[in-house]
Design a protein around this ligand. Structure first.
Ligand SMILES: Cc1cc2nc3c(=O)[nH]c(=O)nc-3n(C[C@H](O)[C@H](O)[C@H](O)COP(=O)(O)OP(=O)(O)OC[C@H]3O[C@@H](n4cnc5c(N)ncnc54)[C@H](O)[C@@H]3O)c2cc1C
Length: 393
């Protein structure tokens, strides 16, 4: 059987690539080491852009809830800040299984072939080009390989992409049912010294069902913390855990290079995650959507060189999504650095009380406003001076 492209991974990046390429008459082979498409990981809290990219309507069976706002809570003190809808934008909770199955069905109906329980062991290289993928069962020769195999990408490592400095944080979550009195339209994010620099999240599906998860770059008994949170929260007194899973989420921004001769990376494998705010599904679907026409053009021209494929990487880096990924990675790295000399949690309640949530979100997304900083200095000179002194001295 001859395939045009080998896609490794059936997370959102691999599925979107398979759906878009097959729609245009390209025949992809899609490999995953997991047994079923619904075993693959897919985030669930997403913005409106994800629905547009995946071409699914807001009120369809693939969306299980609409989130109208968010609350960030300091678990150590009880202080909190509300992020209104204008700050979070329209957000939705996907039904992950239906969403993944839908993308697979689209690809399959257009001729993509899926092979599950087949782990890629290495890319095949000839004359400086990636020319396919080797698994324990077979070798597949394809002119282009799409590495959508997540944070521990075999495609990225065996194709020798630059991985120095690339880091991913462990994260996992429980799905709960039988909860009581949840605020069905508000996502909650919990911060605590005990979690460290990550956060715990609660995404409601309804008043009685939700997902709770936790992730941190410096995990310290995260599992115990999450379990204790579930045990102690009144709304969960008779709740039942119906599912649990987890994976790693990159947090150091885009790889220095994610295109090479005969190969492109999309999603987690390329570092396409906006970690401080947002998540990975939108940056991943954006990556797959931008890579697909470039892969098609390479196949049409039979030029599979890095030079030909480079427009994908160039376009991604200069897109608003690419800029957000880099801006949030930069802020997280600054916070990590700052936390090595100061207790960052000691500033939290002051920040909650004086900072406009909308402006701080825009700043973190890279839309830095001198006026915003000046107005903070005028209104709260003591706090701003303390922060600057502590940061720079
Ligand atoms: C607990 C948790 C919660 C999250 N919540 C959200 C959220 O709410 N919103 C959001 O936007 N993002 C969220 N994310 C992040 C989001 O899930 C990822 O960024 C997104 O799934 C990345 O998609 P991907 O296709 O690049 O990779 P992945 O989803 O990681 O998929 C990679 C696939 O490749 C397969 N694979 C790996 N190695 C091989 C191999 N050698 N051979 C064959 N197959 C292989 C894996 O089995 C997997 O199916 C969350 C992540 C975690 C861990």
């Amino acid at each position: 059987m001859v395939f045009d492209v080998c896609i490794v991974g059936t997370g959102p990046g691999g599925l979107q690539s398979a759906a878009l390429l097959s729609e245009k008459g390209i025949r992809p082979l899609v490999l995953d080491n997991r047994k079923r498409v619904t075993d693959s990981f897919c985030g669930e809290l997403v913005g409106e852009k994800v629905l547009e990219l995946a071409k699914i309507p807001k009120n369809s069976e693939f969306v299980s809830n609409k989130i109208i706002g968010a609350r960030v809570i300091n678990l150590d003190t009880g202080c909190s800040i509300d992020l209104p809808e204008k700050t979070t934008g329209d957000a939705y909770l996907l039904d992950e299984n239906k969403f993944q199955t839908y993308l697979k069905d689209v690809a399959e109906s257009n001729g993509a072939e899926f092979r599950f329980a087949e782990r890629a062991e290495s890319v095949i290289k000839r004359d400086g080009f990636v020319t396919g993928v080797r698994t324990a069962k077979a070798s597949y020769d394809t002119p282009v390989t799409v590495g959508a195999d997540g944070a521990r990408s075999i495609v990225a490592s065996t194709a020798q992409f630059p991985l120095e400095g690339f880091k991913a944080m462990p994260s996992f979550r429980f799905k709960l049912e039988n909860c009581k009195g949840l605020d069905a339209n508000c996502a909650h994010f919990y911060l605590s010294r005990k979690i460290g620099l990550g956060y715990l999240w609660l995404y409601p599906r309804s008043e009685t069902e939700c997902n709770v998860g936790i992730g941190s770059p410096f995990p310290n008994q995260m599992g115990l913390f999450l379990r204790k949170f579930v045990e102690e929260k009144a709304e969960f007194s008779s709740a039942k855990i119906i599912d649990r899973n987890g994976d790693r989420i990159p947090y150091t921004g885009l790889l220095p290079r994610f295109v090479d001769n005969g190969v492109v990376l999309v999603g987690n494998s390329a570092g396409q995650v906006s970690n401080l705010l947002g998540g990975g599904v939108e940056p991943t679907l954006t990556g797959a959507t931008m890579a697909s026409p470039v892969v098609m053009a390479a196949l049409e021209s039979q030029d599979y060189s890095a030079h030909q494929l480079a427009s994908y990487e160039k376009g991604y880096r200069s897109s608003s999504t690419g800029k957000k990924v880099q801006a949030t990675a930069k802020y997280l790295s600054k916070i990590i650095k700052f936390s090595q000399k100061r207790d960052v949690f000691s500033y939290l309640d002051d920040i909650f009380s004086i900072v406009d949530a909308d402006k701080i979100t825009k700043t973190v997304y890279g839309d830095f406003s001198v006026l915003f900083v000046l107005s903070l200095m005028v209104k709260h000179p003591g706090f701003v001076l303390r922060l600057l002194k502590d940061y720079y001295l």
